[in-house]
Design a protein around this ligand. Structure first.
Ligand SMILES: Cc1cc2nc3c(=O)[nH]c(=O)nc-3n(C[C@H](O)[C@H](O)[C@H](O)COP(=O)(O)OP(=O)(O)OC[C@H]3O[C@@H](n4cnc5c(N)ncnc54)[C@H](O)[C@@H]3O)c2cc1C
Ligand code: FES
Length: 260
């Protein structure tokens, strides 16, 4: 784990009428970049100059360059709003890489299933799977279409994706959880890696249990410290409470007490 003063290298804003808005921030952070593993995250100080908001914000590593890390994010509140104002050359305090990442399943095919910004850790993982020549498919559920330029960036990392949008503006209309059932008619995955909203993960877990398919999930939780010191991020598992920041964010889905 390193505390680095990272420099903003590039900041792309994918904004288009009728499309979901995403921002892609690339930071020069050589130490973090050289040690990051798929599924790990960083804590970013968002209020560097004004100390407000005080707490760092967690973001998955979307991809790893030689000396850089990229974060793909959506605006949720004050912190992410402030982040959108950052420009190339700005210096940002970043702590990471943090947490435990994905363990690559030993057999194929494998599926990546993402909802919204949950594509971020799966993109890093997918590029690693491609390097290792592991056969996988990616399903991504969104509310609306996304800018073609962002789709290009993601396809470059992952190859072709199967997209589901709630309003049908891109790919198939419907939920990604319907997509997995449809794809299951063609093949049975040996393992699924998933990240997205809790209702999506719960529905996927119920289905994978029925189908007897192993799944790893990357969970989100409110995080104050990101390093195991504040207990702000605990979740209930079958082995008691665990810290998402230290023992996760990636867990075997079987471990989690989903109905709590
Ligand atoms: C391990 C981890 C990895 C993450 N990776 C990414 C990523 O790659 N890309 C990304 O866009 N986001 C990611 N997130 C979520 C991101 O950390 C939050 O969106 C961010 O902290 C919000 O900060 P804010 O100051 O803008 O909003 P806040 O002011 O902190 O929150 C505003 C409101 O939104 C609610 N809120 C906070 N987070 C979320 C959320 N995730 N979804 C819905 N409502 C929320 C809060 O409860 C509050 O009511 C990740 C979270 C975790 C724990
Ligand atoms: S965020 Fe503090 S213990 Fe996990």
């Amino acid at each position: 784990m390193f505390l680095e003063t990272a420099k903003v290298v590039e900041h792309c804003h994918f904004i288009e009428p009728g499309a979901e808005i995403f921002h892609l921030l690339t930071l020069s952070a050589p130490k973090i970049a050289s040690s990051a593993k798929p599924g790990q995250f960083v804590m970013v100080r968002v209020g560097a100059a004004i100390l407000d908001p005080l707490l760092r914000r967690p973001f998955s590593i979307f991809y790893q360059g030689k000396d850089t890390i990229s974060l793909l994010y959506k605006v949720i509140g004050k912190g992410t709003n402030l982040m959108t104002t950052w420009e190339p050359g700005d210096k940002i305090s970043v702590l990471g890489p943090l947490g435990k990442g994905f363990k690559i399943f030993s057999s194929e095919p494998q599926w990546l299933v993402a909802g919204g910004a949950g594509i971020a850790p799966l993109c890093f993982l997918g590029s690693r799977l491609r390097e290792k020549k592991v056969s996988f498919k990616t399903l991504w559920g969104l509310r609306y279409k996304i800018a073609p330029a962002l789709m290009g960036v993601i396809q470059q990392k992952l190859g072709d994706l199967i997209i589901y949008t709630e309003n049908g503006s891109l790919g198939y209309q419907g939920l990604v959880t319907e997509g997995v059932k449809r794809l299951r008619q063609e093949e049975k995955p040996e393992g699924i890696y998933a990240c997205g909203p809790l209702p999506m993960l719960k529905a996927l877990f119920r289905w994978t249990k029925e189908e007897g398919i192993a799944m790893q999930v990357s969970l989100e939780a409110n995080m104050a410290c990101g390093v195991g010191a504040c207990l702000g991020c605990v979740i209930e598992t079958k082995e008691g409470y665990k810290k998402v920041c230290r023992q996760g964010p990636v867990f075997n889905a079987e471990e989690i007490k989903w109905e709590k």
